[in-house]
Design a protein around this ligand. Sequence first.
Ligand code: NAI
Length: 389
Amino acid sequence: MNQETAVGVIGAGTMGSGIAQVAATDGHRVSVFDSNADARSGAQARIHKILGRLAEKGRLDRESAKAIGERIVFVPDLQGFGDCGFVIEAVVERLDVKTAVFAEVESVVADDCVLATNTSSLSIAAISAACSKPERVIGAHFFNPAPLMPLVEIVPGLTTSEAVVHATRALIDDWGKTTVVAKDTAGFIVNRVARPFYGEALRILEEGIADVATIDWAMKEFGGFRMGPFELMDFIGNDVNYKVTETVFAAFFYDPRYKPSFAQKRLVEAGWLGRKSGRGFYDYREGAPHPQPKKDDAVGREILMRILVMLINEAADALFWQVASRDDIDLAMTKGVNYPRGLLRWADDTGLDEVLDRLGRLFAEYGEDRYRPSPLLRRMAAKGKTFYS
Ligand code: NAI
């Protein structure tokens, strides 16, 4: 595949329109289909507005912006996808809808057309199984907003051919993205490894160890994270974030490490979804007071370390289970969710003995499986090894 390859995008919502813009910016002709005509016209207007704004700010010259817009064509059915060499699906997160879409697209495209899915939680194996040529089906998981977030997780399914993995990665690298390869397991890399950032923060809150503002302050002040966990959950939307946690929890056969929290569940039930609803962990309504953190450095550092060792444990376990390589795990967290450092690098800097000691103390205190250290951490510490040595 190269710049001449015609690209098809199915689903013109948040992700589909962003991906169409990325492909067209790289020079591809892009056909976009959405079963909802309003979604098609909405996406078209959104893309033109974004391109216009980029031109105004001088980030794109006017001619390029115009050319990018003209390369994206919105089509009323999948018949227009006949010449596509690469199709990416970003329709609603439902297996029945995705498999029906792929069955239809397979009847239109040539045999060598690659079919990618942007799913964040369904298995690539399940989606591929519904296709007549499962070897050409692959996951390509973009992050929101697709034009701005550099990371794309490339997820081969059980049946995906090596050639398709290679070609897809090369194509998306050409789009200026940072690609990592992840095993077809729940949450891939980012949505799995990031869980304790929310889960352990919620746990600290629920136990009354610290309040929302103090936990957020600790993570930013001592960890260098751009946003605290509660600010981020409110930004993502508590409904969306809670759903991901619940999905990952179920997909791991209810491993207690991923257990959702009542605090967040109640927020969702109350409709306190975060910024978008005006209220979440924080109150965003006009004139509402913003709670101040209790700035005690010793408490702040304890909070950071408790969440950090859980994140490191998750990253180490992802490596242990061969979800991805060491470098890809670290790259995914810095490029996909803006972590200040890769977690395995951070583990080395912290010292594996220190990480294990803290996990061991949590495990002893609570007696919960949630705090069990990854076998890989133990193995490496016992041998005096580090992740980067
Ligand atoms: P969205 O709700 O904004 O857009 C989905 C679009 O699919 C809608 O416009 C809808 O009309 C269309 N659609 C539904 N059924 C269809 C069909 N049979 N044929 C054609 N179009 C159809 O959803 P969003 O957020 O863009 O998500 C799309 C996919 O991307 C999902 O699989 C989601 O899990 C995944 N994803 C979402 C991210 C996010 O932050 N929103 C991040 C990464 C992946």
